[in-house]
Design a protein around this ligand. Structure first.
Ligand code: ZN
Length: 137
């Protein structure tokens, strides 16, 4: 996605395309499930004048605007995810890395199971599973 395309995407969602927002969004696209520190590092390697507070503010703004998701892990770490569509995650508890895991069959099994259970007062909207293990070992 070019900067122009990022700006167009912002416009289509009624979001003002400031240079800081474009550079943070680009960093999120380039990094996969980064933590805030990784986003800051990436942004400042290209545009050193952007402050740490600005990056945090932009990340929070993106989250509130529905542009990104937050992924929390069991060991209390937070990562950002640019893919807001339903998908699952594999979390490596050694490397503290997250990988996307797409498995519609699994989601369907859970959706069907939950419908059959008829949990009182609960309406299932989205299934976001996090599978914890080791990646690449
Ligand atoms: Zn993801």
């Amino acid at each position: 996605m070019s900067d122009i395309e990022i700006i167009d995407m912002f416009k289509s969602k009624g979001i003002k395309a400031t240079p800081q927002r474009v550079v943070v969004y680009r960093a999120l696209m380039e990094l996969k499930h980064p933590c805030a520190e990784e986003v800051i590092e990436q942004v400042r390697s290209k545009t050193p004048l952007v402050s740490i507070a600005t990056v945090y503010n932009v990340l929070e703004f993106f989250f509130k605007s529905g542009l990104i998701n937050k992924v929390l892990t069991g060991d209390n770490r937070m990562y950002f995810d640019i893919d807001v569509h339903e998908h699952h995650h594999l979390y490596c508890s050694n490397k503290h890395e997250i990988a996307d895991y797409y498995d519609e069959e699994l989601s369907d099994i859970i959706r069907k199971h939950i419908q059959e259970k008829k949990i009182p007062g609960f309406k299932l909207e989205k299934i976001n599973l996090q599978l914890i293990g080791n990646i690449g070992e």
